[in-house]
Design a binder for this molecule. Structure first.
Ligand code: NAD
Length: 487
């Protein structure tokens, strides 16, 4: 069966008759096609979600939890075939996509339980004859716009809390990786029709109608800063609630006491995981000058030892970049840095052994300045730019010298440095000695231009709940402070 969208509990090819061609970034071959939705498809999906909201918001919490646990169970059951499609369309190694499926199932399990844990709180009232309730209510229809680097996980981080809070959703995957998300129709099929809808399409034809529909009360978006800014402009006249998870330029500080046996592979993994296409990829490395030459020498050797190849091959460590446009951006940043005096110690090129596929070698750079685009703009590629520092003050200053503030990492066993790091670095997640580990129970999101919203944890549920204060006086008598004042 061709890949189809999922609207109101039914498969559909949509109204436009157009398709998205999805290519395998490891081979550049056409993999398959997905429907390219237009505004009429989005309208149908939002209409279905709005109708389903009247049912879903009344489903008792325990029953909702069971239904979300069933989503988790099916995600876990389908790990192998969906991870395969994720690998073919997105490029990252199969082992990483199996992890993505496991984390996505865990996220649904977490919110299945959290969603039935509280509906707000009771606060002390002004008078004895009163009850003061703080109620948490769903908004209604949530639009979930997802990027290509973690299509299922970043869907889960939005859809699981949104559903647990009682909202209904319209999901729009990236046009680069729509196939794995379209497979989720069966995973959501046991929910009432319209509670989850999936429309595949391009940003302008499918994403923007979702943003512009006034019935979509919350627009949850993960993607680039430029698209986030465009969405914010479109949504402003409607006072729509926005939930934005944008780019990053994460720093990794390596202190002089770091164990290089751990720090070298740790930094390399943080920078090269998914070929550096993680929002929290390490994109700037600051190493204490006393260990910089040994660290650099070792990380160059380590990067050279990694195996590039199609993600579907079990021995592959690092797959391709998602597409030509994205590889060209990495190449331009490296070329610009070199033209300004940077040194490429390894990589900095397309691996000669591949004739096809958007591969780019793991690239270690030194002789950098903080004015270079490679130290300022998001690279989203397998680069390890290394600068040295003398004092910890300087390392913190360099880490904070960015418009972004998503995550930051540190290797040290010195508690004074660790405390200064987590207090002074302006970022949403501070990892000390264990890079890039997420926790369903802990919030994830960024400071500054990284967006300001939070996914996961109790904060991730709150993003999809509106707060209502109920002030109830059950005596209901006249109050002495009313008119007339002259009495
Ligand atoms: P992107 O902004 O190009 O696209 C993201 C999604 O937005 C896609 O589904 C796309 O079709 C849609 N879109 C594009 N234009 C739109 C428009 N005008 N209106 C509505 N929707 C539109 O980003 P990408 O290249 O898919 O993903 C990479 C980016 O995502 C990086 O910047 C990365 O840092 C960021 N990211 C952030 C996080 C986080 O949690 N902060 C996580 C992963 C990725």
């Amino acid at each position: 069966m061709p890949y189809q969208m999922w609207i109101n509990g039914e498969h559909t090819s949509g109204n436009s008759g157009n398709v998205i061609e999805v290519h395998n970034p490891a081979t550049e071959d056409l993999l398959d096609t997905a429907p390219a939705a237009n505004a009429a498809d989005v309208d149908l999906a939002v209409t279905a979600a709005q109708a389903a909201f009247r049912i879903w918001k009344r489903v008792p919490a325990g029953e909702k939890a069971d239904l979300l646990h069933e989503v988790a169970r099916k995600l876990a059951e389908r790990t192998e075939d969906i991870a395969r499609v994720l690998t073919l369309e997105g490029g990252k190694p199969l082992v990483e996509n199996r992890d993505e499926m496991g984390w996505s199932a865990a996220c649904f399990r977490y919110y299945a339980e959290l969603g039935r844990n509280s509906r707000g709180r009771v606060v002390p009232s002004i008078e004895e004859s009163q009850l003061a309730l703080v109620l948490k209510e769903p908004y209604g229809v949530v639009g979930a716009i997802v990027p290509w680097n973690y299509p299922i996980l970043l869907m889960a981080w939005k859809v699981a809390p949104a559903l647990a809070a009682g909202n209904t959703v319209v999901i729009k995957p990236s046009e680069m990786t729509p196939l794995s998300t379209l497979l989720l129709a069966e995973i959501f099929a046991h929910l009432p029709p319209g509670v989850v809808n999936i429309v595949s399409g391009y940003g302008a034809d499918c994403g923007e109608p979702l943003v512009l529909d006034p019935r979509v009360r919350v627009l949850a978006f993960t993607g680039s800063l430029a698209t986030g800014q465009r969405i914010a402009q479109l949504a402003a006249p409607m006072m729509k609630k926005l939930h934005l998870e944008l780019g990053g330029k994460d720093a990794f500080i390596v202190a002089e006491d770091a164990d290089l046996e751990v720090a070298v592979p740790g930094v390399a993994w943080a920078a090269l995981l998914n070929a550096g296409q993680v929002c929290t990829s390490t994109e700037r490395v600051y190493v204490h000058e006393s260990i910089a030459s040994e660290f650099t020498e070792r990380i160059v050797a380590y990067a050279r030892g990694l195996r590039l190849g199609p993600g579907i091959e079990p021995e592959t460590d690092m797959g391709p970049i998602i597409g030509e446009r994205y590889r060209a951006k990495i190449e331009a940043q490296v070329a610009e840095a070199v033209s300004q005096g940077a040194r490429v110690l390894t990589g900095g090129r397309r691996p000669p052994r591949f004739e096809r596929g958007y591969f780019y070698e793991p690239t270690v750079l030194t002789n950098l300045s903080h004015a270079m685009p490679i130290m300022r703009e998001e690279t989203f590629g397998p680069t390890i730019p290394i600068m040295t520092y003398r004092s910890f003050d300087e390392a913190i200053e360099l880490a904070n010298d960015s418009q972004y503030g998503l995550g930051a990492n540190l290797y040290t066993h010195d508690p004074r440095k660790a405390k200064r790091f987590f207090e002074e670095v302006q970022a949403g997640t501070l990892w000390i000695n264990d890079p890039l580990t997420d926790n369903d129970a802990a919030p994830f999101g960024g400071f500054k231009f990284s967006g300001g919203s939070r996914e996961l944890g109790e904060e991730g549920l709150e993003e999809f709940r509106e707060t209502k204060h109920v002030h109830w006086d059950f005596e209901g008598g006249a109050k002495p402070w009313w008119y007339p004042y002259g009495k």
